[in-house]
Design a protein around this ligand. Structure first.
Ligand code: SF4
Ligand code: SF4
Length: 181
């Protein structure tokens, strides 16, 4: 990571460090997390790395990307720390800084939210089409072809034409962006 990018990253994660500074390393967050088997390091370990300024090690891991925002850890942390929000801020930092390792996840989130913003819900076919286009890799869709056909056959998804015009939730998203500065 270049120096300029490193400085930006430090600036982005400073509020996260502040949020978890009273962590006592009890491990309750790790024990509560339903996605732990998909993480390469535990949430408790992540907070330790952050508090000891091992930022490169933290961003070498994809654990925070695996967080599904279920809020279990936040509800159970004995220090009452906002752990789910901390995870979200780490995802945002990786996305804002366009870190290559997280490119696929960032584009997936963007395509998902664009669909919600446009329709007030996810339109699966349109969302995945936008995701594949943004990845600029013609091979990726083939990996999903058999799953897509199965879902189509069972009526779980249906072909939908892309729609233009104003999004249903544009105003809501604009308000949130304004509040978040
Ligand atoms: S549950 Fe809270 S105090 Fe315990 S390790 Fe996790 S963040 Fe730290
Ligand atoms: S909010 Fe994220 S990190 Fe916390 S328990 Fe749920 S999935 Fe795990």
């Amino acid at each position: 990571m270049g120096q300029a990018n490193n400085e930006l990253l430090l600036k982005q994660i400073e509020p996260v460090k502040e949020m978890i500074k009273t962590c006592i390393q009890c491990g309750t967050c790790t024990a509560s997390c339903p996605n732990i088997e998909f993480m390469d390091i535990t949430p408790r370990h992540m907070w330790r790395l952050l508090l000891t300024d091992h930022i490169d090690a933290l961003f070498s891991s994809k654990s925070f990307i695996m967080c599904s925002s279920c809020y279990y850890c936040t509800l159970r942390c004995p220090r009452g720390l906002e752990l789910t929000n901390a995870m979200s801020l780490l995802k945002q930092a990786a996305s804002k800084l366009k870190l290559k390792k997280f490119k696929s996840s960032s584009l997936f989130y963007k395509a998902f939210l664009d669909s919600v913003k446009k329709h007030g819900r996810v339109r699966e076919m349109e969302f995945m089409t936008h995701y594949f286009i943004s990845m600029k890799n013609p091979v990726i869709p083939f990996g999903y072809a058999s799953l897509g056909l199965k879902l189509l056959a069972k009526g779980k998804i249906r072909p939908e034409l892309p729609s233009g015009g104003k999004g249903k939730l544009d105003a809501l998203f604009e308000k949130v962006a304004e509040l978040e500065g």
